[in-house]
Design a protein around this ligand. Structure first.
Ligand code: GUN
Length: 282
């Protein structure tokens, strides 16, 4: 039987309607309009597209949004000065510095400089520490979206074997913690893992964030598994994920498409985080 498709675009649209009405309510009851400022450093074309999509999404739900564009040769000090100013700006509830950054800038220092209450990416060590210890925090957007996509299947996460391929700070590590928080038994795999296919075949939930087109095929997938494809790879001008969709959809129970799966959810969770930051820091 063919897998059910988990439609991230449809789920996103529903969630954005709800965010839009909560934004309106915050405006009318408290006179607060949630505001996101995105800083884009350099000329990475993919980053420019992502940043434009974030700005457009904010405007669609009635939030304020602005982009600060800085040149490829921007110094770390210049960038830190912008962040300090935005930390103090009462109209800015969320600050996002688009990654990757040019080599002269240390991303760790930049992330650490953002006020944790405005850290809508959830990358600041304060938010990461709160996530690890199970305290309320701003959660990173892609992992938060992945959990919502899994919940959308209606299958409980509790007690399931979850396997995550990828150990990045942006996706692999935080999504593993969030699956654990939801009572899954979690295995984290990476490029040095041996017997990867065998481990993946034990997964009821398989999250793939390796950044290699069509890396996961049927040999990695258990019958009926939930497969979440986090990859965004451009091959011959077309977007493809890390999962061989045509093959794996014959075996999985549920699968996210690329595009239209995790991608739209990431931006929707950014909107949720910006709204949360605005509600908490009036
Ligand atoms: N670049 C790719 N993904 C992300 C993300 O989630 N946040 C930021 N700031 N940059 C990114």
């Amino acid at each position: 039987m063919e897998a059910n498709i988990i439609d991230g675009k449809a789920l996103s649209n529903r969630l954005r309607e709800s965010i839009k009405s909560r934004v309106e309510e915050l405006k009318s009851r408290k006179g607060i309009t949630p505001g996101l400022t995105v800083i884009l450093v350099g000329n990475d074309p993919a980053s420019a597209v992502y940043v434009r999509n974030k700005e457009r999404a904010c405007k669609q739900v009635g939030m304020n949004s602005s982009i600060i564009k800085l040149g490829e040769d921007t110094t770390q000090e210049e960038l830190l000065r912008h962040i300090e100013r935005l930390n103090k700006d009462k109209g800015v509830h969320g600050i996002l510095v688009q990654l990757p950054l040019p080599p002269q800038i240390d991303p760790t220092q930049v992330i650490n400089a953002i006020d944790p209450r405005k850290d809508v990416d959830g990358f600041h060590p304060m938010n990461v520490g709160r996530l690890v210890t199970g305290q309320a925090c701003l959660e990173p957007c892609t992992p938060k979206g992945i959990i919502r996509l899994i919940q959308e299947t209606g299958e409980p996460i509790r007690g399931k074997n979850a396997v995550v391929i990828g150990r990045s700070n942006i996706v692999g590590k935080p999504v593993s913690l969030m699956l654990l928080k939801n009572d899954a038994t979690v295995t984290i795999c990476h490029s040095k893992t041996s017997g990867l296919d065998e481990i993946c075949r034990r997964a009821d939930i398989l999250v793939v964030a390796v950044g290699r087109p069509n890396f996961v095929d049927n040999r990695y997938v258990r019958d009926g598994a939930i497969v979440i494809d986090v990859g965004i790879n451009r091959v011959d001008g077309k977007l493809v994920g890390d999962v061989d969709f045509q093959e794996v959809r014959q075996k999985a129970g549920w699968i996210t498409p690329v595009p239209g799966g995790v991608g739209p959810m990431t931006i929707t969770m950014l909107l949720e985080n910006t709204l949360q930051a605005a509600q908490q820091n009036e």
